[in-house]
Design a protein around this ligand. Structure first.
Ligand SMILES: Nc1ncnc2c1ncn2[C@@H]1O[C@H](COP(=O)(O)OP(=O)(O)OP(=O)(O)O)[C@@H](O)[C@H]1O
Ligand SMILES: [Mg+2]
Length: 166
């Protein structure tokens, strides 16, 4: 039996609805789940059933003017639903992250790849610029990117030829 403090994420009656004209439609409809420390939880379902919308609701990435999120997403002591951005940013990208579908399209085409990877280090660590640049190289190398220094300085639109989807 798990102790109550083993629960890392506790979602109750989550509804995420997108505006459609004057109306809203529920992309996530009454989801409740608990994620425990050291647990891996897979959410499986047909295309369009709301998996990504559930994930982006947890990480708080919806446009508040066109999205209505109700229910609770309890993370540690915080209810993430309606949490102010300043508090969110303390752990978004540090404790809670998201790997987007189609990561190539998720990169900002105008920003160097190295700067995009380093962004989270700027916000969440005390590393110097040199340390961050070194860490970016290590990370690119770890995932098997050849010539990481060249990638680090490139934008997604001019990445070195022959390295895509490798
Ligand atoms: N920003 C948005 N605005 C309006 N509707 C959206 C938005 N994002 C997703 N939807 C709609 O919400 C529903 C759920 O989409 P979602 O992307 O969460 O599904 P999914 O389960 O992740 O699908 P897939 O397996 O294809 O990735 C779909 O009907 C989709 O068209
Ligand atoms: Mg998806």
């Amino acid at each position: 039996m798990d102790k109550p403090d083993d629960v890392l994420l506790d979602i109750q009656h989550l509804h995420t609805a997108f505006r459609n004209g004057d109306d809203y439609f529920d992309a996530v409809n009454d989801v409740s789940l608990e994620l425990h420390r050291n647990e891996v939880l897979a959410i499986v379902g047909e295309s369009g059933c709301g998996k990504s919308t559930l994930a982006t609701s947890i990480i708080g990435l919806h446009d508040p003017h066109n999205t209505r999120v109700t229910g609770t997403i309890q993370y540690n002591t915080y209810n993430l639903v309606g949490l102010n951005e300043k508090l969110y940013n303390q752990f978004r990208g540090k404790d809670i992250g998201m790997i987007f579908q189609d990561p190539l399209a998720a990169l900002n085409p105008l920003m160097r790849i190295g700067d995009q990877i380093a962004e989270t280090l700027v916000y969440h660590t005390d590393m110097t610029k040199e340390q961050r640049q070194q860490r970016v190289l290590e990370l690119l190398d770890q995932v098997g990117i050849p010539e990481p220094a060249e990638w680090r300085g490139s934008t997604p639109t001019n990445y070195p030829v022959g390295c895509v989807n490798g």
